[in-house]
Design a protein around this ligand. Structure first.
Ligand SMILES: Nc1ncnc2c1ncn2[C@@H]1O[C@H](COP(=O)(O)OP(=O)(O)O)[C@@H](O)[C@H]1O
Ligand SMILES: [Mg+2]
Length: 265
């Protein structure tokens, strides 16, 4: 499983010292292959701090792979990824861990710890990774669980919650790490339709009330339109079109974008 761990490269040059002002995330010439399949092909894009960027594109266009690279769950074959002026690839393991602390991710399939009650799901990483005391972590967790409307669910197990509630716990868990960047990968796709709105409302609230940079993969185009500063359309391993949501959704220039939006809107 060489793909799952970042490889420390002792010969790697020091992280880039200066990024353009405001830029938080940068992909430079990032190529990712799975066997013969070139999923990302010398991909370049950047995201400014505090922005909300939605990634759209057909299934298989590499959107999840991009988020997984930022979470250091997958590494690129070529190119560099920089977060807040620090190199994520190639980089030394300790530097990667520092960058990684500032990034939270919410997955389609919640991925809660099934053997831990809700409160502990939210306190676990702040205690073990950030070194918060149990009391501090619990105070933070209770605030966040209140924010996502689950203050009364601290003492139940994930299996006792609906999918929408579980996903809101997963959002609280990601926020408990006080991330600079929040990655959201189709977080409502596995939910029953009547549970989607509650989760999207929580995310709208977070987008409005925090300065967290958000990278979001979603098929909920109304939501994308509400929260996004920019939309990036992926196809064939590259960004084929990008711009503010009004422009991309109402007046796409690329035929592939029109075709894709025609199928999902
Ligand atoms: N671990 C893996 N092994 C082999 N192929 C993979 C792996 N992960 C993703 N892929 C392939 O990479 C392509 C992009 O996948 P993904 O990033 O999940 O796309 P998206 O999220 O846009 O649907 C797909 O063709 C997928 O089958
Ligand atoms: Mg995906």
């Amino acid at each position: 499983m060489s793909d799952t761990l970042p490889t420390p490269d002792p010969a790697a040059p020091a992280p880039a010292a200066t990024a353009p002002a405001g830029e938080l995330i940068r992909f430079d010439g990032v190529t990712k292959r799975f066997g013969e399949n070139t999923v990302l092909d010398r991909l370049d894009f950047s995201v400014e701090a505090g922005k909300h960027v939605t990634l759209i594109g057909p299934s298989g266009s590499g959107k999840t792979t991009i988020l997984r690279m930022l979470m250091t769950l997958t590494r690129p074959d070529e190119g560099t990824i920089t977060v807040d002026g620090r190199r994520l690839y190639p980089a030394k393991r300790r530097e990667v861990a520092e960058v990684r602390k500032n990034i939270g991710m919410v997955f389609q399939q919640f991925n809660l710890f099934p053997n831990m009650k809700v409160l502990r799901n939210v306190t676990e990483a702040p205690v073990t990774v950030l070194g918060l005391s149990k009391d501090e972590a619990e105070a933070r967790a209770r605030e966040l669980l209140e924010l996502v409307g689950l203050a009364d669910k601290c003492d139940v197990y994930p299996s006792q919650l609906s999918g929408g509630q579980q996903q809101r716990v997963a959002i609280a868990r990601a926020l408990a790490m006080r991330p600079q960047v929040l990655l959201l990968d189709e977080v409502t796709s596995a939910l029953d339709p009547e549970l989607v709105a509650g989760v999207l409302d929580v995310l709208r609230d977070i987008a409005r009330s925090t300065d967290i940079t958000m990278l979001c993969v979603t098929h909920e185009m109304n939501f994308a339109r509400d929260i996004s500063d920019d939309v990036l359309m992926f196809d064939g391993g590259k960004v084929i079109e990008s711009g503010p949501p009004e422009r991309i959704f109402e007046d796409p220039t690329h035929a592939r974008t029109r075709e894709f939006l025609g199928a999902v809107l």
